[in-house]
Design a binder for this molecule. Structure first.
Ligand code: FMN
Length: 332
C-alpha cells in the first residue's frame, strides 16, 4: 500500500510528510524525523520580506543539511515580486521544493495580508503563484486551509487555480480561518480538493495515531498525509504509520532506541545553535520527547535548569534509565 509521492520532479520515498511548524521544525528536528521514517520534511514558515531584506535572523531559518533531503522550504508573504525573489533565493540555497503558506491564520499574519488572507482574493493569489512559478525550477507546492467558511469552496477554487499555474502538489488543512486549531478538521474538504485536481493532494489535520493516518487515506483518497502536532512528542510516528500501511506489526520504539535519538538530537542542536542556545532550547524540547513516560512531569520540572550539553545528556540519560527500571518493575 506504500506508494512513493511524486511532487513534480521529486520522488518522495513514502507519502508521509512532516507539517511545517514554527519553532519546531528546525534542522535537528527534521533530521530526527527523516531518520525515523518521514518521507518529506518542511521548514517552518519563513518571511519572504525578511529574506529579501537580508535579515540575519530570517536567513538562519534557511539552514539545511543533506541528511534531511528532500526538504521543502515554506515561505510566506503577499507581494508577487518579493515572493518570487525569496523563492529563487530558497532554491539557490538548496531547497528541493518550495512551499507557499496559504493557511496561517494567526492575527498578526492575517493583518498583513499573508497566509490564509491570500485565500480571500483569488485573482491576487493567481498573480502570486504565476510570479513564483516563473522564478524557480524546483517543484512548487502550497498549503492551504478550508477557507473563510466551512464549505471548503475556497480550498477547491484555490487548488484549481494552483494547478493551472503549474503548482505540483497541494496540502490541505481543513479548518476554516476562524477556527485556528479549534474543533475538528473536516476531512471531507480534503476529499473535495482531491476530486477537483489531478496534482497530488496531501491531507493534514488531526492525525494522532497510525490508525488516523490510514483512515485519512481511506476516507479522502489523498496521495499523502501530513502530520504535525503528534510528531512533536512522537517523532517515531512515521515509522509506525509505515508499518500500519504495510500491514506489519507496529515497531516498538524501546527506551534505548528513544534515548539514542534524543541524545543525537541534543548534539545536533548544539551543532546548529551553539551550546548556550541549544541548552536553553532543551529545557522545553526534552520535555516533549518524554511525553507518556513515567514521572514525565517531574522530569519536565528538572530540566528547566539545563545549562550545558553535558547536563542535558546527564538528565536525559538518568531519566530514561529510571523510566526503564520503573517500566520493568511494573511489567515484572
Ligand atoms: C506550533 C505550531 C506551529 C505551526 N507553524 C506552521 C507554519 O509555520 N506553517 C504552516 O503552514 N503551518 C503551521 N502550523 C500548522 C501545521 O502545519 C498543521 O497544519 C496543523 O498543526 C494541523 O496538523 P496536525 O493536526 O497534524 O497538528 C503550525 C502548527 C503548530 C501546532
Amino acid at each position: 500500500m506504500i506508494k512513493p509521492l511524486q511532487i513534480g520532479t521529486i520522488t518522495v520515498e513514502n507519502p508521509l510528510v512532516l507539517a511545517p511548524m514554527a519553532g519546531i521544525t528546525d534542522v535537528p528536528f527534521r533530521r530526527m524525523v527523516r531518520e525515523n521514517g518521514c518521507g518529506l520534511v518542511c521548514s517552518e514558515m519563513i518571511s519572504a520580506n525578511g529574506m529579501m531584506y537580508g535579515a540575519e535572523k530570517t536567513l538562519a531559518y534557511l539552514s539545511m543539511t543533506d541528511a534531511e533531503r528532500p526538504l521543502s522550504i515554506q515561505i510566506f508573504g503577499k507581494d508577487p515580486s518579493i515572493m518570487a525573489g525569496a523563492a529563487a533565493m530558497a532554491e539557490a540555497r538548496g531547497a528541493d521544493i518550495l512551499d507557499i503558506n496559504f493557511g496561517c491564520s494567526v492575527r498578526k499574519i492575517l493583518k498583513n495580508g499573508y497566509g490564509a488572507a491570500l485565500m480571500k482574493n483569488l485573482s491576487s493569489a493567481k498573480q502570486l503563484l504565476e510570479a513564483v512559478r516563473k522564478s524557480i525550477s524546483i517543484p512548487l507546492t502550497i498549503k492551504l486551509r478550508s477557507g473563510w467558511d466551512a464549505s471548503g469552496e475556497d480550498a477547491v477554487a484555490l487548488a484549481r487555480i494552483a494547478e493551472s499555474c503549474g503548482v505540483d502538489a497541494v496540502a490541505v488543512h481543513p479548518r476554516t480561518v476562524g477556527q485556528l486549531f479549534r474543533g475538528d478538521a473536516d476531512w471531507s474538504v480534503i476529499k473535495a480538493v482531491k476530486s477537483a485536481v489531478a496534482i497530488p493532494v496531501i491531507g493534514n489535520g488531526d492525525i494522532l495515531t497510525p490508525g488516523d493516518a490510514l483512515a485519512m487515506f481511506e476516507k479522502t483518497g489523498c496521495d499523502g498525509v501530513m502530520i504535525g502536532r503528534a510528531a512533536i512528542s512522537n517523532p517515531w510516528i512515521f515509522m509506525q504509520v509505515t508499518a500500519r500501511l504495510e500491514n506489519r506489526p507496529e515497531p516498538v520504539i524501546d527506551l534505548q532506541n528513544r534515548l539514542g535519538c534524543v541524545l543525537r538530537y541534543i548534539d545536533d542542536a548544539v551543532a546548529a545553535y551553539g551550546e548556550v542556545r541549544a541548552s536553553r532550547m532543551m529545557r522545553s524540547r526534552l520535555g516533549w520527547l518524554s511525553k507518556g513516560l513515567p514521572h514525565a512531569a517531574r522530569f519536565r520540572e528538572d530540566i528547566k535548569s539545563i545549562a550545558s550539553r553535558d547536563q542535558a545528556v546527564e538528565y536525559v540519560s538518568d531519566y530514561f534509565l529510571q523510566a526503564e527500571n520503573h517500566l520493568a518493575r511494573n511489567t515484572a
